[in-house]
Design a protein around this ligand. Sequence first.
Ligand SMILES: [Zn+2]
Length: 113
Amino acid sequence: MAHDAAVDYRALLEAERASLQHQLEELGFGEEGKIEYDSNFADTSQVTAERGEAETLAVQLKEALQDVLKALRKLEDGTYGICERCGQPISPARLEAKPASAYCIECASVVRR
Ligand SMILES: [Zn+2]
């Protein structure tokens, strides 16, 4: 064995996309991100609070999903793995850990939301 196979980032991203979409569906959010609650559900404050938590989580999942979709588009363009801020290559170790990374490790600490 002279070389390990190159990391298949597309497979990693596709797996992450499937996982995020599954989590959104579990929360009751479909493809369009619309929430599907039973309208007969009593609108108690507890339900409202649970709905708020689910929506907060769904927003985070959707943001992560957008990052994954963007990374998949970059694979198509051939710009995958290039930091969006400084234009330097992102380290393979970072991409393996977080395949949707848009920034190198230094820039990520600067631009973090
Ligand atoms: Zn950078």
